[in-house]
Design a protein around this ligand. Sequence first.
Ligand SMILES: Cc1cc2nc3c(=O)[nH]c(=O)nc-3n(C[C@H](O)[C@H](O)[C@H](O)COP(=O)(O)OP(=O)(O)OC[C@H]3O[C@@H](n4cnc5c(N)ncnc54)[C@H](O)[C@@H]3O)c2cc1C
Length: 367
Amino acid sequence: MTKRAIICGAGIGGLATGICLSRAGWQVTIYEKDTEIRTAGAGLNLWPNGVRVLKELGLGSQYEEISCSLDYYKTYSSSGELVSIEDLRNWRERYGAALSGVYRRDLSRLLQGALENGSIRLGHEITAVERGDGVLCRFANGETAEGDLLIGADGIGSVVRTSVFGPQEFSAGGLVRWRGLFNLDDVDADPLAEVEVWGADGHLGYLPIGNGRAYWFAAAAGMANDTDEVLAHFSKWLGSPVPGLIAATDRSTVIRSELTDFTSPLKNWSRGRVTLVGDAAHPMLPGMAQGANQALEDVKALGNALASCEDVEKALVSYEQVRIAEVAPVVRFSRSLFDFDDQYGLTKSDSNPLFERYDRIVERRNG
Ligand SMILES: Cc1cc2nc3c(=O)[nH]c(=O)nc-3n(C[C@H](O)[C@H](O)[C@H](O)COP(=O)(O)OP(=O)(O)OC[C@H]3O[C@@H](n4cnc5c(N)ncnc54)[C@H](O)[C@@H]3O)c2cc1C
């Protein structure tokens, strides 16, 4: 008999889990609370570990078409001094994939397109989970669904996680990131480089994300509360590439995100026939740009565990044993990159310890 998997949430984690399980013969239904697939966040940095999973799902060449592979990683000071250039052109051989940038909307479309028609049910908000021999989910619209396996891919505020493990404690607020989009043609920017610019009063990084688009992410010291203030703040970094890309930014794309993670990691991700992937299991600060990459790694490990063990409950336990150990240092390291300043995660001087840590970051992301 075909085994039925219920996936809660159609983010990158949920969509990729759906592809992985349907390829393994599961009958998959993804329930998404929103009436359309969420694409907020503009751009995304996918590292070789995440891209390798897309390749294993058979999506490697399609991913190359929609994304931008990057050959260099450059750092500047806010006054325009080039601090370092890393040549990444051997990453394809060394790590099995390039560093890349992608437009979130394009990645979601690619993942959606790899699923069977009808496997995503929008406007279905899971409100409760009941566990017995199988799993029963209740939705806000009064419907219910039964399955042999439930995967909570419902993000940082996961209802599945709370239903099974109770409420978690989140770290104190105050960390904020801003993001925006611009067209590469409108600026004098290297179309094959990810660039990070550091100043005493902030940090801004940008990268091409395919189809002539690029995206920036930034944290500003001081109270940059709205779009005008944040754009004005970074327009002052004269001599660096930043004022040019700020001038080219489409204001309607600028978004502000408050960041948090758990005060301590979950000890278990699985109970019975229910497990978690992605931010539901391990929310992390974006210091290493690894949240989506780690969600993809979860998918691969979950697929491997289910393929190698007929007993679903045992497979879920072996999945969490592998992944809890792997993801813990990534979460910790991502947080440590925000520890330089008590409010914005910024350095207090231009001699930024991040430059010294760069090798360690690469090692951990790719290893
Ligand atoms: C500023 C910032 C920059 C980032 N940059 C990067 C980066 O460059 N690279 C990277 O790898 N990661 C990055 N991340 C992290 C990355 O965005 C997340 O880790 C990733 O999107 C998590 O995917 P997910 O599928 O687990 O969760 P989500 O993307 O949160 O998806 C969860 C889905 O579940 C749905 N849902 C929620 N509750 C319910 C419910 N009750 N019922 C049904 N559906 C529900 C939601 O609507 C949503 O569609 C960044 C994060 C931030 C904040």
